[in-house]
Ligand binder design. Structure first.
Ligand SMILES: Cc1ncc(COP(=O)(O)O)c(C=O)c1O
Length: 413
């Protein structure tokens, strides 16, 4: 470990003793001391007390500019007044019914107006959205297999807990990655049903289809891979993927859980000009409340209407999340606000670029809409294999250095 990193970690521990105390209490009852594995890191994670706008405060009272915003789930910022007003109204009129609401068609109209889908179903998490979308794709095509890209995260259900962050030597060659389960408990038959391709490599997608003729129901992709900082699709990649899926009779699923509300008004389809067959939305669509959706053309969604494919969920369309989502779409996710955020994002990214140049760091800054990352590489990464070459201690030095100076630059992982 670099001595400078050691110093930053010591400062972190001096600044956050209350987080450490709570973490130790959590550890006794909660595995890893966190409610989601992505929140765990050494020596212990920061525990939050409250947040407002673009800032949050930890248990020790330290203030942070929050560029993490819940792994991209809170584009609106903490306690956005329009969202809070909508939520507060529900708090005295009922928070969960398990019955339909008048808010549903209103929010569905808002979403279908900007994403290329005709019908949708709501849920609470991105995991649900991708799980139901994949099942629906299997039903529509009558096929069982799924193509996913190495290094992408699409949620915590078995079909996509394959090759998320695999290691050598299990992961095989980059041109033909071996599917690797994320951990124990994922059915071997599920792993066998997933063909893994390499991001930005159309030949690896063709290979998946060649090796599974007539068997692939869908390819699921994050149009910008964000589980590795930020990896942009190369020009032509998404267009090529679209063509390959069509040619092979498989559906193309855009997992827009992160890109949907943070990229631009119409998400990745508008940004890249590529139309998928299905779209999964979550995170920032709820304005800070749990809300997700998956949608497609009526011909695909019809299978749910015909009761051939099941979809359910007790908290689906609870009034609090729906009211928050509607206020978010109508008052926060507007074209004017996206134009404003674009300017802020550009300013922030050029500031980062100037600083990295000034200090002579081998790094580049990449951004798209409100998404961005400092990438500690000499050259732009193309895929997961490029990303794993990162100098982890240099990354941790940067991350703890920023956090100690009151900036949460992005999630630790
Ligand atoms: C691209 C992507 N898809 C799906 C998910 C799963 O969403 P959730 O954590 O809401 O289940 C995530 C979560 O980080 C994600 O980044």
């Amino acid at each position: 470990m670099y001595p400078e990193l050691q110093k930053e970690i010591a400062t972190y521990e001096q600044r956050t003793p209350k987080s450490k105390e709570s973490y130790e209490r959590n550890l006794k009852r909660i595995p890893l001391g966190v409610a989601s594995n992505y929140r765990a890191y050494d020596p212990y994670p920061i525990f939050v007390r409250e947040g407002h706008g673009g800032h949050f405060r930890d248990l020790d009272g330290n203030d942070y500019i929050d560029h993490n915003l819940c792994f991209g789930a809170n584009f609106a910022g903490h306690c956005h007044p329009a969202v809070m007003k909508a939520v507060e109204k529900c708090l005295t009129t009922g928070t969960i019914f398990g019955m339909p609401l008048d808010l549903e068609w209103q929010l569905a109209e808002e979403i279908c107006a900007r994403f290329p889908i005709e019908m949708l179903r709501f849920g609470s998490t991105g995991t649900e959205a991708t799980m139901h979308a994949i099942r629906l794709a299997r039903a529509v095509t009558g096929r069982n297999k799924l193509i996913k890209f190495e290094g992408t995260y699409h949620g915590a259900h078995d079909s996509v807990l394959v090759s998320v962050k695999p290691h050598a030597p299990e992961f095989g060659p980059v041109s033909s990655p071996t599917p690797v389960a994320v951990g124990l408990g994922v059915l071997p038959s599920t792993v066998e049903s997933v063909a893994v391709a390499t991001f930005n490599d159309l030949e690896s997608v063709e290979r998946c289809f060649r090796q599974n003729p007539g068997e692939v129901a869908a390819a699921i992709i994050e149009p910008i891979m964000m589980n590795v900082g930020l990896c942009m699709p190369r020009p032509g990649f998404l267009e090529g993927l679209r063509q390959i899926c069509t040619r092979n009779g498989a559906l193309l699923i855009f997992d827009e859980v992160k890109t949907g509300a943070k990229l631009c008004w119409g998400g990745a389809s508008e940004y890249f000009g590529v139309k998928p067959d299905m779209i999964c939305l979550a995170k920032s669509i709820g304005g800070g409340l749990p809300l997700s959706a998956f949608g497609a053309d009526s011909s695909v969604m019809q299978l749910i209407a015909e009761r051939k494919v099941f979809h359910g969920g007790t908290p689906n369309t609870n009034p609090v999340s729906m009211a928050a989502g509607l206020a978010n779409f109508r008052e926060v996710l507007t074209r004017e606000n996206y134009a404003h955020v674009e300017k802020l994002s550009e300013r922030l990214a050029s500031g980062y670029s100037r600083t990295t140049e000034k200090v002579g760091l081998e790094a580049y800054v990449v951004r798209a809409g409100a998404n961005g990352a400092l990438m500690l590489f000499a050259e732009e990464i193309r895929n997961y294999r490029d990303w794993i070459a990162i100098d982890e201690d240099l990354w941790r030095h940067y991350w703890f250095g920023m956090v100690n100076r009151g900036v949460m630059p992005q999630p630790h992982w």
